[in-house]
Design a protein around this ligand. Structure first.
Ligand SMILES: NC(=O)c1ccc[n+]([C@@H]2O[C@H](COP(=O)([O-])OP(=O)(O)OC[C@H]3O[C@@H](n4cnc5c(N)ncnc54)[C@H](O)[C@@H]3O)[C@@H](O)[C@H]2O)c1
Length: 274
């Protein structure tokens, strides 16, 4: 029987975090590094990725910045080559790039028939293709090793109807199915050593949703109030509160777990609202 520390350790593992410059992605990149992994922090802006890398190095972690758009296969392949050249393998992929876009949000005085189809398409591309493409590129190396873990980032919007954000919701729902599909494909065709799971965060304040959930003075918007009312713990999550679930899913501690979506949501998904 392994000791608990050993069970959760990521010593010697090589991880890629897409969206590693974001609020949740950067926290996850730091958490993985503190658990012993070498982390490729992937983002569209080299300077932002470098900042996260510096923070990890300041805590004696090992990391490198990777500049790539998750919708650009050639850039992703270049990033993969850099990682393989420097660290020789890829064990973990965290697909954290994603989110909503302003044009794809239906405003309070609009209905679904005002939906901007082009913006809808962009959001679906970012959340769905932006997970599928990195998985094709980095997942290939994981499949070649016969061991590794892929974590997708879902949302409360995948399983419940959340007003105004149709494109975001439908694409996150697709992520849940994609997680189950890939878990099955990987285990059946590449062996039990490869696992695919998802984390569904509840509501965390990030740059994208800050103005949707809080006013300039920090008080809650009506939408923010509704969310808190429907969250039994009565608060937003803190990015570091994803780390326990992330480490469990990335490490040998969850060796027999694949194809699941774990909510980390202060009880939002459990609550009827009554
Ligand atoms: N914050 C929340 O409450 C919340 C809740 C549920 C799910 N999520 C999901 O968690 C993930 C991270 O969200 P966040 O809150 O940290 O948002 P964020 O905006 O802080 O982070 C998203 C990151 O993705 C990057 N990104 C966007 N488009 C990209 C592209 N084409 N190529 C490469 N990188 C790109 C952004 O630059 C940013 O660094 C997203 O998938 C989001 O949908 C967030």
């Amino acid at each position: 029987m392994k000791f608990i520390y050993e069970l959760f350790s990521l010593d010697g593992k090589v991880a890629i975090v897409t969206g590693g410059t974001g609020v949740l992605g950067s926290a996850m990149a730091e958490g993985l590094a503190l658990a012993g992994a070498k982390v490729g922090v992937l983002g569209r802006r080299q300077s932002a990725a470098r900042q996260v890398v510096e923070a990890i190095r300041a805590e004696n972690g090992e990391a490198m910045p990777l500049k790539a758009d998750v919708l650009n296969e050639a850039q992703l392949q270049k990033a993969r080559e850099r990682v393989l050249k420097q660290w020789g393998k890829i064990d973990l992929l965290i697909n954290a790039a994603g989110g909503n876009m302003p044009g794809a949000t239906i405003t309070p005085d609009e209905t679904v028939f005002n939906l901007h189809i082009e913006d809808f398409r962009k959001v679906v591309d970012l959340n769905l293709l932006g997970t599928v493409l990195p998985t094709q590129v980095f997942g290939r190396s994981i499949a070649d090793n016969g061991k590794g873990v892929i974590i997708n980032i879902s949302s409360m919007a995948a399983s419940r109807a959340i007003t105004r954000v149709l494109g975001y919701s439908t694409s996150k729902a697709a992520i849940d199915n994609y997680t189950r599909w890939m878990a099955t494909e990987m285990a059946l065709k590449f062996g039990e050593g490869i696992r695919v799971n998802a984390i569904a965060p509840g509501f965390f304040i990030g740059e994208q949703n800050r103005r949707l959930l809080t006013e300039e003075d920090g008080s809650l918007t009506p939408r923010g109030q509704t969310i808190i009312k429907n969250t039994p713990m009565q608060r937003f999550g803190q990015p570091h509160e994803l780390l326990g679930t992330l480490l469990w899913l990335c490490s040998d501690a969850s060796n027999f777990v694949t194809g699941i979506v774990v909510p980390v949501d202060g009880g939002f998904s459990a609550f009827s609202g009554v």
